[in-house]
Design a protein around this ligand. Sequence first.
Ligand SMILES: [Zn+2]
Ligand SMILES: [Zn+2]
Length: 198
Amino acid sequence: MILMSCVKPIHKKRIGIIPLGSVDLTYVKIVQDSLSSVYGLNVEILKTMDLPRWAFINEKSPRYRADSLLKYLNKSSPDYDHVIGVTTSDISFTKYKDKDKKYIKEPKWKYRDFGIFGLGMRPGRASVISSYRLMKGVPAEQGIRRIALIAVHEAGHNLGLPHCPDTQCLMTDAMESIRTIDQCSGTLCNSCRDKLRW
Ligand SMILES: [Zn+2]
Ligand SMILES: [Zn+2]
């Protein structure tokens, strides 16, 4: 309780959305609306930043490393408690078997550079989401719902929420499939809401 009293209450936090490279403003506004409606926070759209060349990788296909993008975003916009980067480029990271990140999950060819929807550390200051895999082969409306939900999910990790055992809750582990997110209720369960309300 003593520790918690030092932390800024959630309703006083400021979140900044940073478009990375050329991003359709529609996506950025959706992220803004969904974050402010679910978390009741002040969410602002910040200046576009270039995708850093040093985060680029072309191992399987052209992608940007999500872990590198988090480092890049972490250094930006110090006035904001959290920043969320939005990109249309494909993003990836390495999945490890262990917490110390010594051993890559098997099969290594798959997980060394694994394409993802979004990434946010728990807790953390920065998160990043990509529309690349979310809009593919689905009606625009469905893709847009996915962008909104992934943004709320990754920001939820930054705000301290772990994965939720309730598969209807949007903090459920996507388990490498966007269908998990398509099938969830689109809102946080009561238990996750309680965790945020300290
Ligand atoms: Zn997650
Ligand atoms: Zn939950």
